[in-house]
Design a protein around this ligand. Structure first.
Ligand SMILES: NC(=O)c1ccc[n+]([C@@H]2O[C@H](COP(=O)([O-])OP(=O)(O)OC[C@H]3O[C@@H](n4cnc5c(N)ncnc54)[C@H](OP(=O)(O)O)[C@@H]3O)[C@@H](O)[C@H]2O)c1
Length: 303
């Protein structure tokens, strides 16, 4: 592995079609731009048309192939279905599905379908999206699904009763749970994709200066420290989108691999393969997550 790997080292992506969720901001924006620069047709899946249009204009300037904006709200299963149907109708292939969008440590809230919103957006929305695009992924040679997790998964604990229940809700444990779910989903899907041409991988960005912290409830001093001291110290989204771009495009990867930044504490640095955290647990847990995700979203996978 190249320990100086940058997005410039990505192979040519001409002829490929990629979806990036949450492509208007942070790591999703950086990923969409980098893939478009390398020639992929990038579909920017954004919940706000206005924010999406602004981002599209910036990606267009760098793109080798015209990027496209499609509206997607992962906190609404109807929107996920509409997006999947429209995409499938318009495109005959899907080479890269980058499940990147996310929210962090939000106050308690529910999605349109009544799910706690962090698990709803970060995991269940992406579970439904991937399932509804699976036929297209399977029919596209060498297609990939990349799930963007976090170091926070190390503190994650799966409590499926919390998916629809406000009792005992705490913002940070709910975030960690949702990011652990991204990893469990990757492994459960990898098992289902054995003997198929489609692979699935996970990546985490370490720490990057993005808009992710905007919903965190904290005192004035902590907020000031986070915005004025911590954020400027963190690597840029372009630097730390590298693990997810590596997972999406490098040749020497395998289904089930997990990539993160290679520097101290996996916070920054060029991408390297990293270990799943001990909280990943056993197959029994991933299967429990899979079953409940199917039941809650009503999406059955064709694998
Ligand atoms: N930044 C870090 O240090 C860090 C660390 C670990 C993991 N991550 C992970 O990296 C991913 C990207 O986060 P980021 O840091 O780039 O944060 P960000 O700048 O806040 O970007 C998040 C993106 O997700 C979108 N999104 C949120 N809710 C959505 C919904 N219901 N439907 C569709 N899109 C939605 C946002 O859209 P709006 O602009 O409309 O809100 C935005 O485009 C997340 O999965 C996060 O957990 C980030």
């Amino acid at each position: 592995m190249n320990n100086k790997w940058t997005a410039d080292d990505m192979p040519d992506q001409s002829g490929k079609v990629a979806i990036v969720t949450g492509a208007n901001s942070g790591l999703g924006f950086a990923s969409a731009k980098a893939l478009a620069e390398k020639g992929a047709t990038v579909v920017m899946a954004c919940r706000s048309e206005e924010r999406g249009r602004e981002a599209l204009q910036q990606v267009e300037k760098a793109a080798a192939t015209q990027p496209v904006l499609l509206q997607l709200d992962l906190s609404d299963l109807q929107s996920v279905r509409q997006f999947s149907e429209q995409f499938t109708h318009q495109y005959g292939q899907l080479d890269i599905l980058m499940n990147n969008a996310g929210i962090m440590a939000t106050p308690y809230g529910t999605t349109a379908d009544g799910f706690e919103q962090q698990i709803g957006v970060n995991h269940l929305g992406h579970f439904a999206l991937t399932g509804q695009l699976m036929e297209l992924l399977l029919s596209t040679p060498n297609s990939r699904i990349v799930n963007v997790s976090s170091l926070a998964a190390r503190n994650g604990k799966l409590r499926t009763d919390s998916f629809q229940q406000p009792d005992g809700y705490e913002p940070w444990p709910a975030y960690s749970q949702s990011k652990l779910a991204n990893l469990m989903f990757t492994l459960a899907l990898q098992e289902r994709l054995q003997k198929k041409d489609t692979i699935t991988l996970a990546a985490h960005p370490g720490g990057a200066a993005t808009n992710l912290g905007r919903n965190v409830q904290s005192g004035k001093v902590m907020k000031w420290l986070a915005e004025k001291v911590l954020l400027p110290l963190l690597p840029s989204p372009a630097q730390n989108a590298r693990p997810q771009l590596y997972a999406a495009t490098a040749q020497d990867v395998q289904s089930g691999d997990y990539y993160g930044p290679g520097g101290w504490g996996e916070i920054s640095g060029a991408p390297k393969q990293v270990e799943m955290p001990p909280t990943i647990g056993s197959r029994e847990k991933w299967e429990q997550l899979w079953q409940i995700s199917e039941a809650m979203t009503g999406v059955q996978y064709p694998v």
